[in-house]
Design a protein around this ligand. Structure first.
Ligand code: ASP
Length: 333
């Protein structure tokens, strides 16, 4: 029987990093071909094509670069790939995952992975993560699930996954929702059925800028007041608690929301924003009255990506329905 086709692309990140000379810091230099050579078992599972599309730390990836990666991945599926795997830095993985999730219009899985330990470090996790990601990308049960992140033996859905630890091996989690699946003795096991997805067309505009500011105790309004003046097209606030800001911030947000979309998310790292609980000035009820949208379960960073994409395809009027879809994603659909 012919083995399935699998396409892998390397973008850089710790998984591709090593030091040029002893005592120097690690930098991305390891190609996709070399990563592939670290998982010889893969040749018994798939016919693999591999490309090095970039060698960047993930902080330096940008939307333009992700759109080129997406077009490469689309082409691989059109050419018969059963699944696509992308290796990249973990620092922005939660953002690239949701970016691709909103644009990935295939039944075939798109799986992202990386590593917390660099290529030459003792106990490097890159090869195991890559092999697991390939297993997930090849599994029939991964079809129609959109974009998944595979790290440290767990499968996380793009909508929920977050980097919740800076250096630990177990750096990724999906607060409230938990992982969508696990690798158990090399087998892909999902813990729940696929949830409905809401896909966007490719953005026609890419020059829009979305600001993101975090609310904090006794915060001034200096930066907030510049948002319209410097020409931002949208604003995301990482709000306090269930999506709150000070009264001072609420007044400025009202004037901003008259002109551009404003999303209020929670800065807590877990849980949803409220809708109808608190009524004080700066509360979610007040902010909704003042024209802002609440992010639900979407974290501030993912909300910023959604807003960038919606503005890019002129669908900002659908913001509330996209936020609602993410908020009501069922764990046991
Ligand atoms: N620490 C990061 C990583 O895990 C570096 C990056 O995101 O490129 O890959």
């Amino acid at each position: 029987m012919e083995l399935p086709k699998l396409a892998i692309a390397a973008l850089g990140g710790t998984v591709s990093m090593q030091a040029r000379n002893a005592g120097e810091g690690v930098i991305p230099t390891v190609s996709g071909e070399t990563l592939l050579a670290s998982v010889p078992q893969l040749t018994t599972l798939a016919r693999v094509t591999v490309e090095t599309l970039g060698l960047l730390p993930s902080a330096s990836l940008d939307f333009q670069c992700l759109l080129s990666v997406l077009s490469w991945a689309n082409y691989q599926v059109e050419q018969g790939a059963t699944g696509v795997v992308i290796t990249q830095g973990t620092d922005t993985l939660e953002e690239t995952a949701i970016f691709f999730e909103y644009l990935w219009n295939h039944d075939a899985p798109l799986v992202l992975t990386g590593a917390m330990r660099s290529a030459k470090q003792a106990g490097a996790d890159g090869p195991a993560n890559l092999l697991d990601a390939c297993r997930v990308a090849l599994a029939e049960s991964s079809r129609r699930r959109g974009v998944q992140v595979v790290m440290n033996g767990q499968i996380h859905h793009a909508s929920h996954v977050r980097k919740t630890d800076s250096l630990a091996l177990q750096a990724f989690s999906s607060p409230v929702f938990g992982p969508t699946g696990l690798l158990v003795e090399d087998h892909v096991q999902y813990l729940r059925p696929p949830a409905p997805r809401k896909i966007l067309p490719l953005p026609q505009a890419t020059s829009q800028n979305i600001a993101m500011l975090e609310a904090s105790l006794s915060a001034d309004t200096l930066l907030l007041e510049t948002i319209l003046k410097v020409g931002y097209d949208g604003l995301v606030i990482a709000g306090l608690g269930a999506g709150h800001v000070s009264e001072k911030w609420a007044t400025v947000i009202e004037s901003i929301a008259e002109k551009i979309p404003v999303i209020i998310a929670t800065r807590t790292g877990s849980g949803a924003t409220a809708q109808a609980t608190y009524g004080f000035a700066g509360s979610e009820m007040d902010l909704i009255r003042k024209g802002a949208c609440m992010a639900g379960f979407l974290c501030p960073r993912k909300a910023r990506i959604l807003l960038w994409l919606l503005i890019g395809c002129q669908r900002q009027h659908e913001l509330a329905s996209y936020l609602k879809a993410t908020s009501t994603l069922k764990i046991d659909a």
